[in-house]
Design a protein around this ligand. Structure first.
Ligand SMILES: [Zn+2]
Length: 100
């Protein structure tokens, strides 16, 4: 599926999609001052496909490296471009903290 199929012209913004090399296909950021290293065991919990996360943020499939954005209370993807025969296992990679 090409990007233009996923986002019709009427829904696209003039922004350019960030492109990283395959070897560096990892969550990226520009301003580190907005991220905090935090040693919570929430980052170690594993979620099955379709399960409901209790934290919003970026989730990573630990068995293929695919990253997705997820919202608390909304099921994680049951399927994705999983590139091997290992099970899909989601883990929280970056927590998106709501403002109180
Ligand atoms: Zn995967």
């Amino acid at each position: 599926m090409v990007e233009s199929d996923r986002f019709p012209a009427s829904h696209r913004t003039p922004l350019t999609r960030i492109s990283t090399s395959r070897e560096k296909s990892m969550a990226s950021y520009k301003y580190g001052k907005y991220l905090l290293r935090y040693e919570s065991d929430q980052f170690d919990k594993e979620f099955e496909p379709g399960s409901i996360p209790y934290n919003s943020g970026i989730y990573r499939c630990k068995n293929c490296g695919e990253e997705i954005a997820a919202t608390e209370g909304v099921p994680l993807p049951a399927q994705h471009r999983h590139s091997n025969n290992l099970p899909i296992v989601w883990q929280l990679l970056v927590y998106a903290a709501p403002r109180d």
